[in-house]
Design a binder for this molecule. Structure first.
Ligand code: SF4
Length: 402
């Protein structure tokens, strides 16, 4: 079935929910207790800065839970209350945060198992309730769940839905969607399932390669090998790059997405002339505010004289990784950790250097007075950041004092 027709059908189904179930007050209290932090509140009120002993903390002025994530988690909590007896599933991590996902497991929300890299829906029965995460799910998954007679609770962030609408517009006008994203990221998988013809570019370098191909042509088999797995079925670069529209994974680096958009606009203008630009290029406006604010705050933070940075968030969280990239590009010693448990006994930290596997650094906190910059990804609750800060204070007070 056509994706638009399927979405229309779903929107009218009594088994499809895109809003909470009226338990918002109770859930807000629960989330406040489980995820909010009085220490973080205190630091915010103190100009995002706090000194205790030999440590000064500088917090980014925008960090942590974005409203899309908060909304998705609240909806998952409400779903548990509304369906106390039903078997509850979630098609993926609701957000990329281990502690939040663990909390959902405790509430008996089961995750769809992944077998040999593929989701296995065989245990899902008619009448089960299935939650779709904040970054969405593919049309094929929604169709499978709907056909199986499940109730679907769709927590997809409206910003992500906006991108889906954009690629649907491209499809309607026979434009190829050029998606700035990671071809195997769940959000981009979902977005491409709504697109017609599409090509996914990971970064500016790949975008420049495509732009060059548009202007000068090139080796088609090299092109196809380079974008293996990152295009729609039957994609042909000689035929499908004549009319293009841009879309993005909402958590990519904002500056890079904008550069890619401008690059393709210039490319199509050079190839077809300014008066025919609109027939060959569709611009976009789907960069999420929250991602933008967090990245801007990080750019401000790295202007400060910091001794080191700590970036807190899931290792598979795209927006967290981009925050880490900003710190590394500015030459900071920056530690990406996914929970306070990464900070061990003694002066030890387990962290993930950019593009590498987990590693342990010991010692990691220098002696003497230190200034530490801290930020966290859109999926990280304040409580987690508080625990990280407390551990840093503890090491400096107990271990390094002796
Ligand atoms: S980062 Fe933006 S798009 Fe992603 S869930 Fe948050 S508000 Fe929505």
């Amino acid at each position: 079935m056509d994706t638009r027709a399927f979405k229309r059908l779903l929107n009218h189904s009594e088994h499809y929910h895109r809003k909470g179930f009226g338990y918002d007050q109770a859930v807000a209290g629960q989330m406040q207790t489980e995820y909010q932090s009085s220490l973080i509140q205190q630091i915010r009120e103190n100009g995002y800065r706090l000194t205790r002993g030999t440590v000064t903390i500088h917090l980014a002025e925008a960090f942590g839970f974005c409203w899309g994530v908060e909304r998705a988690v609240a909806m998952a909590y409400e779903t548990r209350q509304h369906f106390p007896q039903e078997k509850l599933w979630i098609t993926n991590e609701i957000i990329h945060n281990p502690s939040v996902n663990q909390r959902l497991r405790e509430m008996e929300v089961a995750f769809i198992p992944v077998v040999e890299g593929k989701k296995d829906f065989s245990a899902v029965q008619s009448g089960d309730v299935v939650i779709l995460p904040a970054f969405g799910a593919s049309v094929q998954e929604m169709q499978l769940l709907s056909d199986r007679g499940c109730t679907i609770v769709d927590t997809t962030c409206p910003w992500v839905s906006k991108v889906w609408n954009t690629v649907e517009k491209h499809k309607k006008g026979n434009y190829t969607s050029i998606i700035h994203g990671k071809y195997n990221h769940e959000e981009t998988v979902a977005t491409s399932s709504f697109a017609g013809t599409y090509l996914i570019v990971l970064n500016l370098e790949q975008a420049e390669y495509v732009a060059d191909y548009i202007l000068r042509g090139g080796d088609k088999s090299e092109f196809m090998a380079k974008f293996h797995k990152a295009h729609s079925e039957g994609f042909d670069p000689d035929r499908d790059l004549v009319q293009i529209g841009i879309a993005n994974q909402t958590t990519m680096l904002k500056g890079e997405t904008e550069q890619i958009g401008k690059l393709f606009e210039r490319t199509m203008m050079r190839k077809y002339g300014p008066d025919r630009l609109n027939q060959h290029f569709l611009s976009f406006n789907t960069i999420c505010d929250a991602t933008q604010e967090r990245q801007d705050a990080m750019f401000d933070l790295v202007q400060m004289p910091l001794d080191l940075m700590v970036v807190v968030g899931g290792y598979n969280s795209s927006n967290t990784t981009h925050l880490q990239e900003i710190a590394i590009e500015r030459g900071f010693a920056s530690y990406h950790i996914d929970s306070p448990d990464c900070i061990g006994v003694g002066n030890r930290v387990e962290h993930k250097p950019l593009g590498q596997d987990l590693t342990v650094t010991e010692p990691w906190l220098p002696a003497g007075h230190i200034t530490v910059g801290i930020t966290s990804g859109a999926s990280t609750p304040d409580k987690i950041v508080e625990e990280v800060i407390e551990k840093i204070f503890e090491i400096k007070a107990l271990v390094l004092a002796n």
